[in-house]
Design a protein around this ligand. Sequence first.
Ligand code: BGC
Length: 725
Amino acid sequence: MKKTFLMVMLVLVTQIISAQQSQQDVEKKIDDIIKQLTLKEKVDMCHAQSKFSSPGVPRLGIPEIWMSDGPHGVRGEINWDNWGYAGWTNDSITAFPALTCLASTFNPDLAHQYGVAVGEEARYRRKDILLGPGVNIYRTPLNGRNFEYMGEDPYLASIMVVPYVQGVQENGVAACVKHYALNNQEEWRGHINVNVDDRTLHEIYLPAFKAAVTKGHVWSVMGAYNKYNGQHASHHEILVNKILKGDWGFDGVLVTDWGSAHDTKEAAYNGLDIEMGTWTNGLTFSANFAYDNYFLANPFYEMLKSGEIEESVVDDKVRRILRLMFRTNMNMERGLGRINNKEHHEVARKVATEGIVLMKNENNFFPINPEKEMTIAVIGENATKMMTIGGGSSELKAQYEISPLEGIKLRFTKATILHSMGYSSGPSAYGRVIPPHINQDSLYAAAIETAKKADIVLFVGGLNKNHHQDCEGGDRLTFELPFNQNALLKDIIAVNPNVGMVMVSGNAVAMPWLKDVKAMIQTWYLGSDAGYAIADVLSGDVNPSGKLPFSFPAKLNDNPAHYYGELSYPGDSIDQYYKEGILVGYRWHDTKKIKPLFAFGHGLSYSNFELNNIKTDKSTYSAGQTMKVSCDVANVGSLDGAEVVQVYVGKVKSKVDRAIKELKGFDKVQVVANDKQTVNISIDIDDLAYYCTEKGGWELEKGQYIVYVGTASDQIKKKIKISVE
Ligand code: BGC
């Protein structure tokens, strides 16, 4: 026993020493390379040479760096110098589900499989940096880009982002966690100055980035467009120098968002390493040789040459860039990647089916028996609209995308499937709305007639990837469902009450019809296998187990960012104030006792689960210790399924304002029907600390805490008092 232990230790120590040695070797090689580079070559490496690449040094055999969006698949090839698609015929890929869906799985193993698969596709497509994942916090349901992120909870996002990053990077492809930081809306994203208190910054908006850096060891980070405390986030003294590169020890490359640099000296001194762009200076569109006009191009070179900026500043950037290269395109051991293969499609479908959330299910309306002969009316534009197209930079050229209608037709072969669009939204375009040509009244009338003829109606609606929907470059203009869907639903329900809602969106929406539909699934954007995954769940082939990664407020003003009025969201175009502080999402709903329509962590199953024997291993803990929470999860239904045990902790009588409770641990467990499984969740007591502004660090308060164990933030089965001494 002792001998085996010693052997294991020896192997571990040898591995650590050899890793340290190889890191030292790399650093030495980097030193040698830096010595050989001219000033001009160094500066060139710090800025774009095309829309998605930065130059290497051909003289020394140093390759270019190639980047691609991200985060749900590898984007189609873009032209060298403009945003048009290059029209290649070999760049179609697997479209993976959007990150809200991944977050809804509450399954970190799947996040790893997702990362590995999308990383393999990036590698196959010869990309060195994949521009994702995005971990900006869900602050308002109007943010057009929420679908690209991992929800409202910093703990959930932190747990899910790490395996994604690791999975991508196992391929010798850098993940690029974005957008650092506080880019929580699209409106005025290029200049809005976010005012947020330190505690909120550290407790809510930074943890997922911190986890990506300190636990995921991410090799690159993308700065955000917005300002924070008067300075642009992409070259920020506090965000970058102090926190990212100082406190967290980030040793990788900070890339701008496209066109988010605004000042050469700030970019030089405040940690920006590579400037990528949309424009030359934020004002004019790129002209010939515009890349040389970037802040980190000729203006930087001139300041270095004149001695206004010391050469050590560019050397640090080049060192980081070369380090990234040794991890990626100068890593001779990385694999070749693969694309559109069976395994990737399986991962995409698994994430999709595990992320779908069963929101409501009156009298077991779902699943629908696929063996039954019946007429199903599939109504709504989203039944056929391609959702990998549009949405901004996350748009994909999927090799295929199975629509919900196709998936339903393929699975429900015994049923007669009718289809009617109901409404039309027009094609998706970046930054503008193109009105539809089809006559809306005819679509509306046809949908009602179709509904009348069916035994059941599946309304496949929601938002889409058009401007002002779930799309980059603009926020939603209203919390309501667009394209007259509320009225259409009401009229459909009047002629056929058997309506099941299939909500395709990346955001919460108002649901005045909710009580009148029999059932509802929230599907998110599911990528290539969307239709298959939806049919998997509707038919009961897969028992749903997704949980909401953000709260659905009943009305917009119940969301804290909106509660505080325009200065809070969207701001006055110059400034905005995060007046709700730490009370984001369920923290707000719980603490202010505002009941959401659907709570964070909510998600039903076709089975029923009971939590029994819920306990903590002790009742008193001290700093540095781990609390073990355990419980039995019994599947008391007739179908195999999965449940997510969620552990929240709240401080009783805190010195500072606190949310009633915060998620601190979870575990998803598969349980076969009529069986039970024991779940063990470990929570570091130090993670109960709050960020103390005066101290500028984390403070673990002594005293009483309550541990809340349940299956959703509003489904707490047991509260246990513990104390920290
Ligand atoms: C987006 C980034 C994206 C970049 C490149 C920007 O507009 O904000 O997320 O990676 O474009 O397409």
